[in-house]
Ligand binder design. Structure first.
Ligand code: NAP
Length: 260
C-alpha cells in the first residue's frame, strides 16, 4: 500500500454533480493532476475543467491496470449511489493496485412526514408495485432503467431522461421529455399537475439535485415507488466534496511531514 506517499495523480470516477464540483475545486491546483472518468452514458456531458476520459475500463482488472499505467495515487469514487458495479470495481481495483480509495457518497433520502413511499429493491419490483389498474405514472429513472416497464403496458407513462429514449418503450401510451436536471420542486410540481400524474417512480439518489420530484410528490400527496440504494462496498467514505478536499490535504500534509 502507498498509504503515506505523496498524492500527485488523482482519478475521479464521475457522472454526478458532486464529481463535477470536486473537479472544479481541484482544477486550479498545480501540485496535482486530476482526471475525471465518465462511463459515456449521455451523449453530451457539459464540459469539465480537467482532462476527461470516457468509457469503461473492462472490469475491476481493467481499472487496476489503468491505475497502474497512469500512476494514479488516489482514486475518488464519486459515482451515483445506484452505480453499484463501478463502485464494487473501484474497491477491488484499488485493493489490487495498492491505490488509496475514498468514496464520496451522498446520504440517502429518508421519508419525511407526508411522504407515501413504497420502497422496492429493483426495477422489476417497481413494475410489480404499479399494480394492475392503469395509472398515470411519472418515470424519473433515466433511460437506462426503464425497459422493464414494457411488461406493464396498461399504464400511461411520462418518461424524463437526459437523452432521447431510442427505441421508445414498447407501450401504447408514453410521453417523453428530454431534459437535464436539476429540477426544482416547483417545476416538478407543475409538470405533475400538467400530466395529471398519479404515481412517481424514482431512485433514492440522495442529495439535492434530484429531490425536487420527491418534494413535489409529497406536496401533491402522491405515492412514490422508491428504488432503494444498493449496499455499497465497505471502503473509506465521506459525504461531501469539502470532506474529500480535507482528506486530500491531510494526506498531502502527512506525506510532506514524512518527506515522501
Ligand atoms: P454501473 O452499472 O455501476 O457500471 C457499469 C459499467 O459501466 C462499469 O462496470 C464500467 O464499465 C462502466 N462505468 C460506470 N461508471 C463509470 C465511470 N465513471 N467511468 C468509466 N466507466 C464507468 O454504472 P451505471 O449505473 O450504468 O452508471 C454509469 C455512470 O452514470 C456512472 O458514472 C454514474 O455515476 C452515472 N450515473 C448513474 C446513475 C444511475 O442511476 N445509475 C444516475 C446518474 C449518473 P467497465 O466494467 O468496462 O469498467
Amino acid at each position: 500500500m502507498t498509504g503515506s506517499a505523496r498524492i500527485t495523480r488523482i482519478l475521479i470516477l464521475g457522472g454526478t454533480s458532486e464529481a463535477r464540483r470536486l473537479a472544479e475545486a481541484l482544477a486550479s491546483r498545480t501540485d496535482i493532476a486530476v482526471t475525471v472518468s465518465l462511463a459515456g452514458r449521455t451523449a453530451s456531458a457539459p464540459p469539465l475543467p480537467v482532462p476527461v476520459r470516457i468509457g469503461g475500463f473492462g472490469g475491476a482488472d481493467g481499472l487496476a491496470d489503468y491505475l497502474r499505467a497512469e500512476q494514479i495515487d488516489a482514486l475518488i469514487d464519486a459515482t451515483h449511489p445506484h452505480a453499484a458495479v463501478i463502485s464494487a470495481n473501484a474497491a477491488e481495483a484499488a485493493r489490487t493496485a495498492g491505490v488509496r480509495l475514498l468514496a464520496l457518497r451522498r446520504p440517502a433520502w429518508v421519508p419525511q412526514t407526508g411522504d407515501r413511499w413504497v420502497e422496492v429493491a429493483n426495477v422489476e419490483e417497481a413494475v410489480q408495485a404499479l399494480g394492475q389498474a392503469p395509472r398515470r405514472v411519472f418515470l424519473a429513472l433515466g433511460r437506462n432503467a426503464i425497459r422493464p416497464f414494457a411488461a406493464a403496458p396498461q399504464h400511461i407513462y411520462l418518461i424524463r431522461s437526459v437523452d432521447p429514449v431510442d427505441p421508445p418503450l414498447a407501450v401504447p401510451h408514453a410521453t417523453y421529455i428530454t431534459a437535464r436536471g436539476p429540477f426544482s420542486e416547483a417545476e416538478d410540481r407543475a409538470l405533475m399537475e400538467r400530466h395529471r400524474i398519479e404515481l412517481v417512480v424514482a431512485k433514492n439518489s440522495g442529495g439535492d439535485a434530484a429531490r425536487g420530484k420527491i418534494d413535489a410528490a409529497r406536496a401533491r400527496g402522491l405515492p412514490v415507488i422508491m428504488l432503494k440504494q444498493p449496499v455499497p462496498p465497505v471502503v473509506p467514505s465521506v459525504g461531501a466534496v469539502e470532506e474529500v478536499l480535507a482528506w486530500l490535504d491531510h494526506a498531502m500534509t502527512f506525506a510532506a511531514a514524512r518527506g515522501v
